[in-house]
Design a protein around this ligand. Structure first.
Ligand code: ADP
Ligand code: MG
Length: 388
């Protein structure tokens, strides 16, 4: 049975690489992966990054790079991959990969809003305690929430982790629709508006000195879906950098973070999925190194009511799914910033997003509109290596 699972997992892995690696995993892939979510780690030798199968145009040297890979199914309800192209001794790779896994597990538990874990005060506990006394939490959670507040300010509130009350209504409808598609419905407007009155960022009280957190309003709650994965990915990348790792790629549920470059200096080729087509079709391919790449798309999580699709990125002004784009990709070094921006830019017109991206610096963005047309920051063109 175990062997069968490993073979299946490897096939899934190969499929992912041939498909939309780097553009967010396809929902189908995530569903296929779910049955293995028993804390399994699968080791893959000679695993392939997305560009390996397309040998044409890659140098012999590049083709001779044989990565080692590790797959984890346990974190953030998604699939996580750790690859090394550096030819590390197996033991060193395993140690580093295990440490990445430990870091992801810790953040997964701290950020979980649906489950509590013994001995840990996590965001589920913080949400349950909304309106109550300040709660003592791990310094890691304080730092994360400070980052969330910073991202709120940077994005003028478009990425707001205090949108929990609104997001829960959409989440519940999506879950109900998955269970029973015939009776699918969207949240009542009055309920959305009522929930929208409990989403102020000032309701999140962080006391750095005493190490406590409190939500000031019993109706308010935190949802970190827009930032948590990217933040945890960055902490894992930070660890790898601290031990001098190079030539590593993390793919944490579609949040790609490259540590250093491929040993041959050619960068990693990543396909950005065509959001209007099947998962195998891509809009363009880019080459990345020493950076993060995050895509948010309407195809990632959605449900359908009367032929209309409702996806998972909610515009705080309308309290409905944002409808400017079909997908949006952010390339910038810090994976937490990339994740926050991928959600925030999704909720603003391209002109405004362009100004924001340019004002931060070192941020490249590709906007793909519902009609398939594209726009990008000037520097994004330098990353593109192949367009269709
Ligand atoms: P993923 O990569 O998981 O598809 P995104 O980075 O695109 O996610 O963020 C979407 C998730 O963020 C949603 O599932 C929801 O939990 C949360 N979210 C949706 N809209 C917003 C928003 N405007 N601000 C903050 N969080 C949001
Ligand atoms: Mg995001």
């Amino acid at each position: 049975m175990r062997h069968f699972r490993q073979v299946l997992a490897f096939l899934l892995l190969a499929l992912l690489f041939l498909g939309a690696c780097g553009s967010g995993n396809t929902p189908a892939a995530e569903e296929t992966a779910a049955p293995f979510a028993a804390g399994a780690a699968v080791r893959t030798q000679g695993a392939r990054m997305s560009d390996e199968p397309q040998a044409a145009g890659t140098s012999t040297e590049a083709q001779s790079v044989k990565p080692q890979g590790m797959v984890y199914y346990t974190y953030f309800d998604t699939v996580s991959y750790v690859y090394s192209y550096a030819g590390d001794p197996a033991e060193q790779f395993e140690d580093r990969s295990a440490e990445v896994s430990t870091i992801l597990l810790e953040y997964h538990q701290l950020f979980d809003i649906y489950h509590e874990y013994s001995g840990i005060t996590n965001l589920c506990t913080v949400n349950k305690n909304a309106g109550g006394e300040p709660l003592k939490v791990d310094r890691k959670l304080i730092d994360f929430l400070l980052c969330a507040r910073e991202m709120y300010e940077l994005t003028d509130g478009e990425m707001n982790v205090m949108l929990g009350a609104v997001l829960r209504l959409w989440h519940d409808c999506r879950e109900a629709a998955t269970e029973n598609p015939r009776n699918a419905s969207i949240p009542e407007e009055t309920a959305l508006r009522a929930a929208g009155a409990h989403t102020g960022i000032e309701l999140l009280e962080i006391d750095e000195e005493n190490g406590t957190v409190r939500i000031a309003d019993p109706e308010a709650s935190i949802d970190v879906g827009a930032l948590g994965k990217g933040y945890a990915t960055e902490r894992a990348a930070e660890y790898l950098e601290s031990v001098g790792a190079e030539g590593y790629v993390l793919n944490i549920g579609g949040n790609i973070r490259c540590i250093g470059d491929r040993p041959d200096g050619s960068g990693w080729r990543t396909a950005i999925r065509d959001p209007n087509e099947d998962a195998e079709d891509y809009a363009c391919r880019i080459r990345i190194r020493d950076t993060a790449c995050v895509t948010s798309g309407v195809y990632e999580r959605y449900f359908t009511v009367k032929g209309q699709r409702y996806h998972h990125i909610i515009d705080r002004d309308t309290l409905f799914p944002a409808d400017y784009y079909a997908s949006l990709t952010v390339v910038t070094r810090d994976s937490a910033l990339a994740d926050a921006l991928s959600t925030a830019l999704f909720c603003m017109p391209v002109e405004q997003g362009m100004i924001l991206a340019n004002s931060i610096g070192g941020v490249e963005v590709l906007w793909i509109f519902p009609d398939g047309t594209q726009q990008s920051t000037p520097g994004f063109a330098d990353l593109i290596e192949e367009k269709i």
